[in-house]
Design a protein around this ligand. Structure first.
Ligand code: CP3
Length: 334
């Protein structure tokens, strides 16, 4: 008999603006961060996509920018503009001396996870943080940037200061993840969304080493917690990342090198990804075809179906339903 296995599925940004039930809560809560710090509402939002689509993973509703907030930076989410932070130049501009105090500022998030843990049933529960360099990028740029000129200059001209800040962000993120695990997360994902900005030498220092430190310390703390890494935009450096950083799951975007899936298979690393979220804006049968393509591409790997980046606000719910149906009907034999 064939050993048939199903491909589990969730979507990055599965809770968010494409869902009317999210917009209903959001319209009554204009302060996005305060919404993240409201355990009752944040847990309800985390469960909205599960109730609607019966996905296999719940992801905590929060944001990667709670870490700069915990460090005393001003973080605002402006309507139609994205995040806005008072940009900093040095570790003297933040409060990093007492991590417990920093974590107390965001401790409501752990309450959200406890609620989700109590309600999770047979689903997996994902906690998360930003990759240290991605968080540093927002702290230095002061928000979303097209050119990333400030962070690139900062890393080149102020390498020592940049390393000091990276150390603080990395160590605080590790403590933050440990508390998420203690509260009930059985998976954690590290969103290194801006891994693609750096040259090779900088990639090793600012992407590989900090992510490696997170993995090592988290595995030492809790060997059963599964770690998902997402070094978005790494292109050929995805291979170095997979070689150097312990991961249970590697999330792939559209830039990964062709030979990567077979390397991951040999290393026993699960592939996550990688349908282009732009595809979910189209009409017609293309969504089904593209979903099937992704399933076929990774059929020899252990695979968690996902996108190559987060769901876009204009995504049609009917397209999400189409993707899920194709994945649920697909059987692989390993
Ligand atoms: O995936 C999920 O459903 C869990 C929740 C989650 C959010 N942000 C909620 C959110 C997660 C995992 C994130 C991660 C995040 N946040 C990243 C890494 C992933 C990526 O997209 O690259 C980054 C870079 C951020 C920072 C951030 N937060 C930006 C740049 C923005 C504005 C752009 C945008 O997409 O709106 C946010 C806001 C944000 N985070 C929203 C949500 C649901 C929209 C807020 C709103 O309701 O107005």
């Amino acid at each position: 008999m064939k050993n048939v296995s199903k491909v589990p599925i969730w979507f990055m940004r599965q809770a968010g603006r494409y869902l009317p039930e999210y917009m209903k809560i959001r319209s009554k809560n204009s302060d996005f961060l305060q919404l993240c710090f409201n355990p009752e509402l944040a847990s309800e939002i985390s469960l909205q996509p599960i109730k609607r689509f019966d996905l296999d993973f719940i992801i905590l509703f929060s944001d990667i920018l709670v870490i700069p907030h915990a460090l005393g930076q001003n973080v605002d989410f402006l309507k139609n503009h994205g995040p806005s932070l008072n940009s900093i130049n040095s570790k003297n501009d933040i409060n990093y001396m007492d991590f417990n105090k920093c974590l107390r500022k965001i401790s409501n998030i752990f309450e959200t996870i406890k609620i989700l843990h109590a309600k999770k049933g047979n689903k997996n529960l994902i906690g998360f943080c930003g990759g240290p360099f991605t968080v540093l990028n927002y702290m230095i740029e002061g928000g979303t940037s097209k050119t990333h000129s400030k962070i690139k200059k900062f890393v080149k001209d102020n390498k020592n200061e940049a390393s000091d800040l990276m150390k603080i962000i990395t160590e605080l993120s590790i403590e933050y993840l440990k508390k998420q695990i203690e509260s009930g997360a059985n998976y954690i994902q590290i969103f290194e969304s801006w891994a693609g900005l750096l040259e090779r030498d900088e990639y090793i220092d600012f992407i590989v080493k900090p992510n490696q430190q997170i993995s090592e310390e988290i595995k030492e703390f809790s060997k059963d917690t599964k770690i998902i890494h997402f070094p978005r935009g790494s292109r050929k450096d995805y291979k170095i990342f997979a070689e150097e950083v312990k991961c249970d799951v590697l999330s792939l975007d559209l830039t990964y090198p062709k030979e990567l899936p077979s390397i991951l298979r040999e290393k026993g690393i699960t592939v996550q990804g990688n349908l282009d979220p732009q595809e979910l804006l189209n009409d017609g049968e293309r969504v089904e075809e593209k979903t099937k393509e992704v399933l076929d591409k990774f059929k020899k790997n252990n695979h968690i179906f996902n996108l190559s980046h987060g769901i876009l606000p204009k995504t049609k719910i009917s397209n999400i339903e189409k993707v899920i149906k194709v994945v649920r009907d697909y059987e692989t034999s390993k």
